[in-house]
Write a protein that binds this ligand. Structure first.
Ligand code: CA
Length: 664
């Protein structure tokens, strides 16, 4: 590449200093295009197209009758305006026509692509489509409302891939692998137990977090009759839903209407919807929409001009650049305003700069303060963006209204993700007590924590509990059940079930925001496949017969969630409240943990709560405050109404289990 770009930080002086030379960013002279009208402006009388192309001799638009194939029926040059803007107005009603852009620079034509601002595309996202968004609204859309939410700590997240819910024959769902599969009610498995949406609703979670549902590259939408699967972390068109999840990928309107129907149906059923967003990289690099319109601009480059790769996927997006930041802000706003999305999970958030993330937070929270934003506070490789500027977990205190995943808690509970046979707290490995305690207080400041003993962090990183996502497993790495099969091969199935229940008992009683991998409540496994991003449906899908086989596990998870929702003591909104009401008690041995939530914390009807965890294989006896205690959780069973009285100041907790006692 002829033009060598250098990373531009928000503080130019710093950048120049870091590079030891003057900033040679050639795009600088174009400044920022301030308008919010990039992309298509449609009326029945004319369509106006605006695209930001900072370095081109000529820009042409190609118009087509069809979504793919065939010749363009007209090719028109665009008109250059100021600040890198190119513009074209076409008279007449272009509804349902398709279009692409193509630029000429340095003596050659680049591939034709849709613009990054496209809101509708045809099959495989190769051509944008002229649509009237108002025509994509499902019936009653104008009355669609977000379900109520008081505090972020009231959230319970369920992380789901669209296909996984419905592809197994036992789902009883008609629209297998489709957005519409999540809208079907009354579906059951062969034993007559609820599946799909009814199942999620009865589990009691508050938010459904969908794995990438924007248009991604890896599934060929033109041959959906053949088996294909991908998680979708390879973005193609950021502002368009994925075509393979629709019933007709060739008609750009269908996927929009069907995704809106999904959101509307979940809202009608009291569930909020979170999108997994992957602005940190694109699926293609040289041939991406970004790069075919503004070569190099959207990406960070190494000093030798090659693409830097903090995503480990071939490139990394330069969120700190003005037009990239503007793109991200407008894209996210669009999902909130047009689709009524309730939250975003940022993939590899550590690739983004802190300033951009804070602008995203303030922009979205201005629209609705209950929109929940969180991300992976790490990168997958080194980045030219210097560490102090990265939106990393350890910088969460600088991120306003943004949460991060706690890998401290995740690996403290079940073991280091990359050491597959490593045991941890739930499976009898000592030395992780402080990491679990750190999760219990949601990575906040607490006087009884010894931060030096926490596995990955040596200080609190959350200002408030709502900035910490506590989890034991997610789509990445092994499922919790597979992990236990690998790391505790000598345990009996009954013991592994106890460990599994203990893991999410810890997650769902801890402060912060709990996060569950879909199907974990059914002992979901993937035949020990670690990263199933392109494994077939047979590995990834939820088998709804598991619900019949492990009904007891499902009911236990359901009970844990119901208890958390009924008892605000487990979801204190402030660090001050946690410090005031949560006190760790002495533990009888290694690999045990005990704490007391006291004095009707956060307005709870329970005056005192004692939580005891025993990760050892054998029973342990704990010292507790004396008196008569009602038993709520014991030996992998839960009953909020109580399972009898416990008297005295000693309590025995069986191996790999929790005991939860209360006084009203
Ligand atoms: Ca696609």
């Amino acid at each position: 590449m002829r033009i060598v770009l250098f990373v531009v930080f928000s503080v130019t002086v710093f950048s120049a200093c870091f590079l030891g030379m003057k900033d040679k960013n050639p795009f600088k002279r174009y400044g920022l295009y301030e308008g919010t009208d990039l992309g298509l402006t449609y009326t029945p009388d004319s369509s106006t197209f605006r695209v930001w192309v900072p370095e081109a001799e000529t820009v042409y638009m190609n118009f087509y009758d069809q979504s793919e194939g065939g010749e363009s029926y007209v090719v028109e040059p665009m008109n250059p305006r100021e600040n890198g803007l190119w513009e074209l107005t076409m008279p007449g009603d272009l509804l349902a026509k398709f279009y692409t852009f193509q630029i000429f620079r340095e003596g050659g034509w680049l591939p034709e692509v849709p613009d990054p601002y496209a809101k509708a595309v045809g099959v495989n996202g190769k051509r944008a489509m002229v649509i009237d968004l108002a025509q994509t609204n499902p019936e009653g859309w104008e009355n669609d409302q977000r379900p109520p939410l008081d505090n972020f700590t009231d959230i319970i997240i369920y992380e789901l891939h669209v296909r996984d819910l419905s592809t197994h024959p036992s789902s009883g769902i008609e629209h297998k692998g489709k957005f519409l599969g999540l809208t079907e009610m009354g579906t059951t498995n062969p034993a007559g137990q609820a599946t799909g949406l009814d199942h999620i609703k009865s589990l009691g979670v508050t938010h459904v977090h969908l794995l990438p549902s924007f248009d991604y590259l890896s599934v060929d939408e033109s041959r959906l009759d053949e088996p294909q699967f991908n998680w979708g972390y390879d973005p193609q068109n950021y502002n368009v839903p994925e075509g393979s999840y629709s019933t007709d990928p060739a008609d750009g309107r269908v996927r929009i209407q069907e995704f809106k129907t999904l959101i509307q149906t979940l809202h009608d059923n009291g569930l909020r919807v979170i999108m997994d967003v992957v602005y940190n990289h694109t699926g293609a690099t040289e041939t991406s929409n970004f790069n075919c319109l503004a070569p190099g601009y959207y990406y960070r480059l190494n000093r030798d001009g090659t693409f830097s790769d903090a995503s480990a996927c071939g490139n990394e997006v330069a969120s700190e650049r003005e037009m990239v930041r503007k793109f991200m802000l407008e894209s996210l706003k669009y999902w909130v305003e047009e689709y009524h999305i309730d939250g975003f999970r940022f993939d590899l958030m550590g690739i983004h700069d802190i300033e951009t993330m804070n602008q995203i937070s303030s922009t979205l929270h201005e629209i609705d303060p209950t929109i929940f934003i969180y991300g992976e506070g790490w990168t997958a490789g080194d980045s030219p963006l210097l560490e102090p500027y990265r939106a990393l977990k350890k910088h969460t205190k600088q991120l306003e209204g943004i949460a991060a995943f706690s890998d401290d808690m995740r690996d403290g509970v079940k073991g280091h993700v990359f050491t597959h046979d490593a045991r941890a707290f739930i499976s009898g490995q000592e030395g992780l007590e402080e990491s679990v305690k750190f999760g219990v207080v949601a990575a906040t400041d607490h006087p009884q924590l010894d931060y030096e003993k926490v596995n990955y962090s040596n200080a609190a990183w959350a200002n408030e509990p709502s900035q910490c996502i506590n989890y034991a497993s997610c789509h990445d790495n092994h499922t919790l059940w597979d992990r236990l099969l690998i790391s505790a091969p000598d345990a009996t199935e009954a013991q592994r079930i106890k460990m599994h229940k203990l893991a999410n008992t810890i997650i769902l009683t801890s402060q912060g925001v709990p996060f569950l991998h879909a199907g974990v409540e059914l002992l979901r496994h993937k035949q020990k496949v670690e990263n199933s991003y392109n494994s077939p449906d047979s590995i990834n899908q939820i088998n709804w017969n598991w619900k019949t086989e492990h009904e007891d596990v499902f009911e236990y998870y359901q009970g844990l969630i119901a208890m958390r929702k009924a008892h605000p003591a487990f979801r204190m909104p402030t660090t001050a409240l946690v410090q005031e009401h949560l006190e760790f008690l002495g533990s009888p041995s290694t690999n045990t943990l005990a704490y007391h939530i006291k004095d009707n914390a956060n307005g709870d009807s329970w005056k005192d709560i004692i939580v005891l965890f025993n990760g050892n294989l054998e029973a342990r006896e704990f010292e507790i405050p004396g008196g008569d205690w009602q038993v709520i959780i014991k030996d992998g069973q839960i009953d909020q109404e109580g399972m009898g009285l416990h008297k005295g100041s000693k309590a025995s907790v069986s191996g790999n289990s929790a005991l939860l006692l209360i006084q009203e």
